[in-house]
Ligand binder design. Sequence first.
Ligand code: NI
Length: 136
Amino acid sequence: MGSKTGVERFSISAPPDLVKEFDSAIRSLNQDRSKAIQQSMRLFLSEHNWTRGGGECAGAIVLVYDHSVHEVGEELTDIQHESRAVINSVLHIHVDDKNCLEIIAVRGGVDGLKALIDQLTACRGVKVLKHTIIGI
Ligand code: NI
């Protein structure tokens, strides 16, 4: 379906509520659907490309957790000790009475970093986890 103009057209299916919210967001940002979808595709690729190279990677994992959840702090510390080979540094911020934010600087192979992210994500009490990792 390639065309002479250098763009490819395709159709996608999505739940109506998601489309409505998406259209409302792009209107407020003065964008159009095509540009916003392209941006979303690039974000998706940057989020997943590092896992495909198989080489050395580096980046940051940011997570927010509720430290009042039983033993979550100890569990996170145990996981980080086990993965110390790929962790360069950790910044801990006490956000409010309940919540802590940690920025974990990482460098290592894809498998080690994926395992670390999976373990942290599975930890009860972790509310948000995002990462930015690139192949180096
Ligand atoms: Ni804290």
